[in-house]
Ligand binder design. Sequence first.
Ligand code: GLN
Ligand code: ZN
Length: 764
Amino acid sequence: MICSHIPGFPRMGARRELKMALETYWKSSSEPDNTNPDLKNLVAMGKQLRAAHWALQKKAGLDWVTVGDFAFYDHVLNHIQLLGCEPARFGFSEDTPELERYFAMARGSLTTESGQAMSMLKWFDTNYHYMVPEFFPDTAFSVHSERLFDEVKEAKALGHSVKAVLLGPVSFLYLGREKVEGFDRLSLLPKLLPVYRQILSRLHAEGVEWVQIDEPVLGLDIDDKCLSAFEGTYAELSKEAVKLLLTTYFSSLADHIDTISKLPVAGLHIDAVRGAEDLKEIAAKWPADKVLSVGVIDGRNIWKADLDKALAVLRAPELAGRDNLWVASSCSLLHVPFSLEAETKMDPRLKQCLAFAAEKLEEIHAIKDGLQQGDAAIAWALDSSRQTVELRKGDWVHNAQVARRVGDLKEGMDRRGSAFKVRQALQRKRFKLPAFPTTTIGSFPQTPQIRSARASFRRGSLSEAEYKKAMQEEIAFCIAQQEKLRLDVFVHGEPERNDMVEYFGEFLDGMAMTANGWVQSYGSRCVKPPVIYGDVSRQDAMTVEWTKFAQGLTDKPVKAMLTGPITILQWSFVRDDEARPVVADQIALAIRDEVADLEKAGIGIIQIDEPGLREGLPLRRQHWQAYLDWACRAFRIASSGVGDDTQIHTHMCYAEFNDIMPDIASLDADVITLEASRGDMTLLKGFSDFRYPNEIGPGVYDIHSPRVPSVNEMVSLLKQASKVIDADRLWVNPDCGLKTRQWKETFEALDNMVKSAKLMRETV
Ligand code: GLN
Ligand code: ZN
């Protein structure tokens, strides 16, 4: 029998209704919850969205709707409540309502001193962030929330057949963190498993036949101890009558296949997009009488499926004979936007090539029908898919000139003309900066006036000339502030940029923006990644005019701001018909041209931001080096076309680079600025151990908070930094850009920062 399902669906709604309801509630939540109408609306909105999303799954002919994927903030946080392990530090009392506790953990609670929000981590290699469970040796578990069971009832009442989804116990523990030393969170399994059993048993009692149990850590480099924990865990859980679909995604299962195929579960889901190479082996090893769910529809990208290809995978001899084959998306559709329907202004050619979550449901359905009834039954869908494959071969996607340029990349084009020491001497002569030079990371506060000017320009109610004038006034204001502060290297402040990737996405050929392609990043926060659909090239300069204007207002050097090729790649939906390294090279060449134009315009210092470089690391270490090689090379292609006395900066958020130091050094940026203040500069140790040779600006204050740090604090951080890095290679700057801050605290903090640099100059 062939069935179809999805591992999960986006939560926000077609028009981000959940975001709106959440933010309205948060704004009003000073009222007690029992009388707060906004809370009522939020709860009702959750119910409405679940119903709508299940209806879509049913309409698309899936065999089950998925229940348990919805969350008001995050599904891991749902599990923290479901499993009764809310951190004691919040001091919740028995009668604190569930949702109040929920948002206190997510956003912090003022009712207790230890009520800071739980920390977030990136969910594998996605841009989604989960709340990190906190574990102690005495952490206890119990079924502590009715939410999941209520949602199952809700779906049943609507007449749906239900597949429930749970995050599996090993992944739940693995993704959390120990809060005391000397204990291993996996040792909590014996306490946790009875609770999972109770949940499974209750789901069974509710009439649920299948539970999808997600164990995505099976795609990571887990050690043998963790891997063998799966055996005991699933031996235990399989004692329950409900059928378990062990679900993996995001990665190849590689060497874990043997363990997985012996687990006593009723079914297995695999990601056949990222783990395509495993399929043969899995098919051979996974018992023929058990369910195999094959995720052929890409849940991480937005391209319409090539149905012929997907069908060929499922019809391959190793799968064709299977009785219990399920068709699915590779992973939850959480990571793609809701529906193409809202894209009314998109180039129709591009639109024809895309499938968002709602459209992917249709594709899964078509594949199932095709398998069961033959191609003729899905002639229309196949036709459309084939047309799309042809369409993507067209010259609106492929640009021979760009391909030639990438093909012609010469050896050495990713190297600066001279070694760092030589460049450093020339740059020192040119810029004559004092010791401990001060600068900022690029953006200054994005005021309501700036946002409204940008919005009016977009709507057309502000003319181009008026918009330009408004932005120039902002830039002039930023320059004036920096003069007052006596910073050494200025920036223009980035008022014209809504987002550091989107800004460039709008200029570059081969990239497009969507109107409504929102994807959840964390809580109510969503991002709208650009789409890289074709060969990328640059027509005209993108930043030169603004930077030149700023430079015209001051004698201090103005540092230009660009986003690097890997960050642009990492934060976009990338075409799947070209190799990622090639796309990276194309973007790198476009940025290289921009760098050349800036240099020609007399700009002597150019920063190329790469906060996306580290997060692009593949999930499995065996693939790291190959990635780092092409990614770092792309950065160097972008940055190396300049003369020796042009100073290249790069910026990365976080400074935890210990494990990739040689690669960070290989970027050969003259100056690297990092986020370091919250780690008390300890993060610099990696740079010092490695004897990192170039100049470094470790952030001396946290820009995530409005707090103004004192001169003393920053001096003490700088002293710590100068213990591990030669003082004459240190820069003084904040952790990151200042766009989310207000001017008042920004000015005060930078004023203290400049004073701390002065003090350092006098003492060292
Ligand atoms: N130049 C950018 C800014 O200042 C850098 C942002 C980032 O590192 N995420 O806003
Ligand atoms: Zn940053």
